[in-house]
Design a protein around this ligand. Structure first.
Ligand code: ATP
Length: 287
């Protein structure tokens, strides 16, 4: 990714690799009828960037809970985590971290703002105004709109765009900030198969321009295979680590690669681990 500074020949932004460590995490939510529901149990996990790390597991196993915890997004009146520690770059982290940006399944675009203003939204916040000089902001927004193929839609409202285009706005907004950490909660889960594939390709392209630490929640094995440098398989609730796979094959990976023996073998190992770990196995394969 280039911004107006790099376009003018200045040195590109050097991003220090981020490290997220989850140490002995337990998460319990109160049950309406009383008592608690333990959704994560004594889970330790470490992510080092730049890399794309897929968190894969059966529905309801606690993937989003873990992601929100890393992003410092907490439900009201809930201690998160119940016990254990989260640290970023070796420092305990109790709140939203300045270097972590989240992308949700429901893109979180403001309906009352244009596409341009939705992408530029972070500059309404002091944190990002302080980080990005005013003279660079317009160039950054336009560059990102171009990168996600929405430069001709800048003046429209989100309601005038498709679901895939709305998710492109969210991706542009997040990546414009050049985050060191990008936390993605099933960002393409609501899209049709073709749009999802387009968005996966777009994410790989943008990641190559701006490598960072991505933790990506999915319950789609194909998506995990196409995007992941690493696939962490979680068990059914309470979430524990059922397995942890590395995928060294360079990206972009296409559906042709998914049919190669190494990919088919890996898919089988992941699926079998998921089924063992979940019992019922509510997982999706989209080849
Ligand atoms: N704020 C909350 N209060 C009470 N229970 C919650 C809360 N948030 C999540 N849960 C429960 O915690 C469990 C894990 O939810 P979570 O959304 O983390 O799972 P998930 O693996 O991301 O699911 P999915 O794949 O279906 O999105 C579920 O049983 C859910 O009902």
């Amino acid at each position: 990714m280039t911004d107006s500074a790099t376009q003018q020949g200045a040195a590109p932004v050097v991003i220090a690799p981020a490290v997220i460590a989850l140490d002995r995490i337990v998460q319990e939510y109160p049950r309406p009828e009383g008592g608690v529901n333990r959704v994560v149990d004594d889970l330790s996990l470490r992510f080092t960037g730049p890399s794309i790390n897929m968190l894969l597991g059966p529905s309801g196993c606690g993937k989003s809970t873990l992601l929100y915890m890393m992003g410092g997004v907490r439900p009201q009146n809930t201690n998160m985590p119940t016990s254990g520690t989260i640290s970023i770059d070796g420092e305990p982290c109790h709140d939203a971290h300045d270097d972590a940006v989240m992308v949700f399944q429901r893109y979180a675009n403001r309906p009352d703002l244009t596409v341009y203003d939705n992408v530029a939204f972070p500059f309404r916040l002091k944190l990002w105004r302080d980080r990005v000089p005013a003279a660079q902001r317009h160039g950054l927004v336009m560059h990102m709109l171009e990168a996600v193929g929405l430069s001709d839609k800048a003046k429209l409202r989100p309601s005038q765009l498709s679901g895939g285009q709305n998710q492109r706005i969210a991706l542009a907004r997040a990546l414009m900030l050049k985050p060191r950490i990008l936390l993605m909660d099933e960002p393409f889960g609501a899209l049709d198969a073709q749009t999802r594939e387009d968005m996966q390709k777009l994410l790989v392209k943008l990641y190559r321009e701006h490598p960072c630490l991505i933790v990506f929640v999915t319950h789609d094995v194909t998506e995990a295979l196409l995007l992941g440098d690493r696939v962490v398989v979680l068990s059914t609730q309470p979430a524990r680590i059922a397995d942890d796979f590395e995928i060294a094959t360079p990206k972009p990976r296409d559906t042709g690669w998914l049919r190669m023996p190494e990919a088919v073998a890996l898919e089988q190992r992941i699926l079998s681990r998921l089924h063992q770990a979940s019992g019922k196995g509510n997982v999706r394969v989209t080849v």
